[in-house]
Design a protein around this ligand. Structure first.
Ligand SMILES: [Zn+2]
Length: 331
């Protein structure tokens, strides 16, 4: 069976993009931390702001507005994917502090880089297939993420509110004298627009990504700080999905398998076909998200669990053989 080389990012075999609109239904607080606050800011804990360019009559206007940084959303997405993968018994690394496949399989990034530089492309791909779904999708040290999350910018001006909090003494449970602080947040109801794109995601990876997006959109995971104090819940109010290349057969359009041992063809019903691309608007795109998320838990998860052990063993054998051969050098 000749597998398309989906394990790396080159060549580009598939490109996908989700254009999303997220609305916060609870106050939203993505902070800059005390150290990052603007000098002389009137509040203790400001929200993160960025320059946003907007059309203004015939010209443009630049204003400093609260945004959801792509890095924040990507972090929450990875957490959602970890929960989904771990709950079906798959290995799932956070990518933080050495908790990743490069360190777990190769021992360190140097060995990983040397292996990549010295072994055949087939051996490198076999080793990468032994990576956990999380590292394959979101990256590991010296191994690029295949998912890119852009910044999410308010569609119209988002209103910022300020709240005064009272520090609580953890021992007595009473208010602590002299511990008043002010906190900024985005008022509920703001709509943020942005996109998530990815390359070389087999259909099973797309299913994991879709399940993670829905977990956030359904409020299982929240964004930003003060989550336990009723902040950070968002909902999906708009979604468009674009993918290429697709396969057009008779009257249907399909996303063909990429990881041939796991993937099943995905039917893109209700999507517009333009050349090699399919564009799915709101209703069709949301249905697709749901279908993919269901496919993750009903099919892909158990299929991968069985296959993953085999793939990991192959990867480990290759690396052990490589390490044994490089230890022998110089004698
Ligand atoms: Zn991993």
């Amino acid at each position: 069976m000749n597998q398309p080389p989906w394990e790396g990012l080159f060549p580009t075999l598939r490109r996908i993009r989700f254009n999303l609109k997220l609305r916060n239904i609870e106050p939203l607080r993505i902070g800059v931390g005390r150290g990052g606050d603007r000098l002389g800011a009137p509040v203790d804990l400001s929200v993160y702001r960025q320059q946003v360019v907007r059309k203004d009559g015939g010209g443009y206007k630049i204003s400093l507005e609260p945004v959801i940084p792509g890095s924040s959303l990507k972090g929450v997405l990875r957490t959602a994917s970890m929960a989904l993968a771990a709950s079906c018994g798959l290995e799932a690394h956070s990518g933080v502090g050495g908790d990743d496949c490069v360190n777990k399989i190769f021992g360190n990034t140097k060995t990983f880089d040397e292996y990549r530089g010295e072994r055949t492309p087939d051996d490198v791909r076999s080793a990468l297939r032994g990576f956990c779904p999380l590292c394959l999708l979101y990256g590991a040290p010296n191994f690029s993420s295949r998912v890119h999350v852009g910044d999410f910018v308010p569609t119209t001006g988002a209103r910022v509110g300020v709240k005064t909090g009272v520090g609580i003494n953890r021992r007595t449970g009473a208010a602590q004298v002299g511990m008043l602080y002010t906190v900024e947040y985005v008022e509920p109801g703001a709509v943020f627009e942005g996109s998530i794109s990815a390359v070389n995601t087999p259909n099973w990876m797309l299913a994991l990504l879709a399940g993670s997006l829905l977990a956030i959109g359904q409020g299982w995971l929240k964004i930003g700080g003060f989550k336990s104090r009723g902040m950070g819940r968002v909902e999906i109010v708009g979604v468009e999905f674009k993918v290429e290349p697709v396969k057009v057969e008779a009257n249907s359009c399909l996303l063909p398998p990429l990881d041939l041992e796991v993937d099943e063809p995905l039917s893109l019903n209700g999507c517009r076909v333009k050349g090699y691309s399919a564009i799915c608007g709101d209703a069709a795109a949301y249905r697709l998200l749901e279908e993919l998320a269901t496919a993750w838990s009903s099919k892909y998860c158990s299929k991968l669990r069985e296959l993953f052990e085999k793939r990991r063993k192959t990867a480990q054998q290759l690396i052990e053989a490589y390490q044994a051969s490089s230890e022998g050098e110089g004698f």
